[in-house]
Design a protein around this ligand. Sequence first.
Ligand code: HEC
Length: 138
Amino acid sequence: MKVKNFFVAGFIVVGMFMASTTVGFASDGDICKEQIKHYQLIKMNDGLLPGDEFNPYDYKGVEAAAKKALANEAKRTHGDKNHAAITKLVSHHLQNIVTAAGSAGEGAVESVGHSMRFLYLSCKACHKVYQTEKRLRP
Ligand code: HEC
């Protein structure tokens, strides 16, 4: 009888452990699934589309997307210092995009494009370190 109880308790512990690993907090995967949507929204507005007056640069849309990505990036939890440092890089470049697009002034399109290239590299840095074999884009 006692041995049986021991087994039951064991199963409950194992079950709880499995549940905690599958549910957990917002994982990199969850956060990144949202990040890629914001990333593509900004990327679509690279200022290289022809048609000027019919295709004006969407400053407001770019700013909003970068703001959402910034808030989403802040949700990431880190297991080590490098992981945290890369999030800082990503956030820095997103902040520059928010500022540039928000100003909507002369040179803003180029500034966003400039920060966008650094953003790409920063997202990529994490994938290269932690997900080498996945060939993620960025
Ligand atoms: C601090 C680390 C880190 C940063 C920064 C990061 N990623 Fe990721 N990303 C990951 C990890 C880890 C995965 C793999 C998640 C998994 O498969 O469970 C991932 C997966 C992805 C995926 C695939 C998601 C899927 O399963 O459909 C995309 C797309 C992605 N990231 C885009 C981005 C973009 C865009 C950025 C920059 C704004 C970014 N990531 C920044 C760590 C990061």
